[in-house]
Design a protein around this ligand. Structure first.
Ligand code: ZN
Length: 175
């Protein structure tokens, strides 16, 4: 495969790849399946509940999630779209690309997600609460949107130092 799966790692804010809009997945092949397995592994290693492709530096429209930690709850969404949503609820969110940041984010309580599986077959799922929140958070990533864009003024102040430290860390890794 063209990208070395072993070298994939989770990238952190303010890496500019987290701000790009991702392109649709068009190849439903073994490479795609292997990539999603590697992403699930990285998500688990980071104790996360979701991971989008841009978070490993790949600008493709796909994410993986597991809300419970049980292997049978691994889910893969390729080319996902939120096709309906209802209600509004605030909850705390973190992000594997923003270590140390936890902020309150208002999201739809229920949403319908239309996506494709690893074979390219379309499916539709009705989600609510935590799963709906994860789907919205990960779909945001595919459009270059981070929880930083959705947090309120008090979190903006509270996270300032952590963000500055991440920015400094990014700069020193770059040079
Ligand atoms: Zn995230």
């Amino acid at each position: 495969m063209s990208i070395g799966l072993d070298t994939l790692r989770i990238i952190h804010y303010p890496d500019p790849r987290l701000r790009d809009k991702c392109a649709p997945v068009t190849m439903f092949d073994d490479d795609l399946a292997a990539l999603t397995q590697r992403m699930l592994e990285l998500m688990r290693d980071g104790n996360g509940v979701g991971l989008a492709a841009p978070q490993v530096g790949l600008l493709q429209r796909l994410f993986v999630m597991n809300h419970s930690g049980e292997p049978s709850d691994d889910r893969i969404f390729v080319n996902p779209r939120i096709t309906d949503q209802h209600g509004s609820v605030e909850g705390e969110e973190g992000c594997l690309s923003l270590p140390g940041v936890h902020v309150a984010v208002r999201r739809a309580k229920q949403c319908v997600v239309t996506a494709q599986d690893l074979d390219g077959r379309e499916f539709v799922v009705q989600t609510e609460d935590l799963i709906a929140r994860i789907c919205q958070h990960e779909t945001d990533h595919l459009n270059g949107v981070l929880i930083l864009d959705r947090m309120g003024p008090s979190d903006r102040i509270a996270t300032k130092q952590t963000l500055r430290a991440l920015e400094d860390n990014y700069k020193s890794n770059e040079s």
